[in-house]
Design a protein around this ligand. Structure first.
Ligand code: NCD
Ligand code: ZN
Length: 334
């Protein structure tokens, strides 16, 4: 049987939630990844080091026996200061996550005016301490232009803080690729859904709330350009799933929550895509080596084996509908 072994895969953008949902979804990530950058947009959000450390403990408990490295992030608000950032650093928390206010799920506490003196002061300290800044890069303009309208903020931040590593999260628009390439301190993550699906999958047929996320899926041209970047394991891009579970009710009722739950199918689906384009040799760079280099992560000895064997995708998992529910894959876990 054909099989591949991936050394120390990493998911550099993940929502694990908390409580019962955390307990339901943790094992899918634990089985596939040696570590993940965990997003802080809980309700209430992870605003300080103490709550990040307590959350980390709950994550480790949910992961059970699996060896797993949860890399914690702090939700960036104006209440952070030098002492808290120093404490973060001392406790191995290296990431700040910036949400523009109102841009996505759990962004109510986000920043309304990003280039304001208080935020710039916090970023100056972050640069000094070698923290990494992850950004949800969307304006509040027309939905298909939001990412492009945000480029100017990335450019100003990249120029103002040339020694701060800035991550342009979940690229969705092909025009963003050149921005990432141009600035030496800008990097990016790519999701499975943005490299494999387009707006047609959301609204081209019957409305599919399970493919609805922020940033919204865009055109087939955007998808294809982003997929090329992934297939070539472009050195400035790492894999970050943005797997974002919501209970079926909140996706399908009038609330229409944004977020795609992809954790159970990520690596087998990526294997299918890389195989179809004859780029299997680049998969490990995309899901592991690039992140290790960009973020300075020490690889663990975890190995994930994928085999060419059909895998059925469940219709639902503890009340959460996964991406491509009810479908099947040609690769699965060994
Ligand atoms: C994420 C969530 O549900 O937390 N939703 C999403 O559509 N991607 C938040 C985010 O990363 O934007
Ligand atoms: Zn996210």
């Amino acid at each position: 049987m054909e099989q591949i072994t991936l050394k120390s895969p990493l998911d550099m953008h993940l929502h694990l939630r908390d409580g019962e949902v955390l307990k339901s979804v943790a094992k899918y990530t634990a089985k596939s990844f040696s570590g993940a950058l965990v997003m802080p947009n809980l309700n209430p959000p992870i605003l300080n080091v103490d709550s990040a450390l307590a959350y980390k403990q709950r994550i480790l408990e949910a992961m059970g026996e699996e060896k797993f490295n949860p890399m914690m992030s702090l939700y960036l608000t104006e209440s952070l200061d030098r002492n808290e950032l120093l404490k973060a650093k001392d406790n191995g928390i290296c990431f700040l996550k910036l949400y523009p206010k109102g841009a996505t799920t759990g962004s109510e506490n986000g920043v309304s005016e990003i280039l304001n003196p208080k935020i710039l002061e916090i970023l100056e300290i972050a640069q000094e301490l070698d923290l990494i800044l992850s950004i949800h890069g969307e304006s509040n303009g027309f939905v298909l232009e939001r990412e492009a309208e945000f480029h100017q903020v990335f450019i100003e931040l990249a120029e103002t803080f040339p020694r701060l590593k800035i991550i342009f999260e979940h690229l969705s628009d092909r025009r963003s690729i050149a921005v990432v390439e141009k600035y030496p301190n800008l990097y990016a993550t790519l999701t499975l859904h943005h490299i494999s699906m387009s707006l047609d999958d959301v609204i081209g047929g019957a409305l599919n709330p399970h493919a609805f996320c922020k940033p919204i899926l865009k055109t087939p041209k955007d998808r294809d350009a982003l997929r090329e970047v992934a297939l070539n394991a472009h050195s400035k891009f790492s894999f970050g799933s943005d797997s974002a579970p919501h209970l079926q009710g909140s996706k399908e009722n009038a609330k229409g929550a944004a977020g795609i739950f992809s954790a159970p199918i990520l690596l087998p689906t990526l294997a299918m895509i890389f195989e179809a384009h004859d780029k299997m040799d680049n998969l490990e760079r995309f899901v592991s080596l690039n992140a290790q280099r960009i973020y300075g992560i020490h690889a663990s000895d975890k190995q994930v084996i994928l085999v060419k064997k059909p895998m059925a995708i469940p219709h639902e998992i503890h009340g959460i509908v996964p991406l491509n529910a009810g479908g099947s894959l040609t690769w699965s876990f060994g």
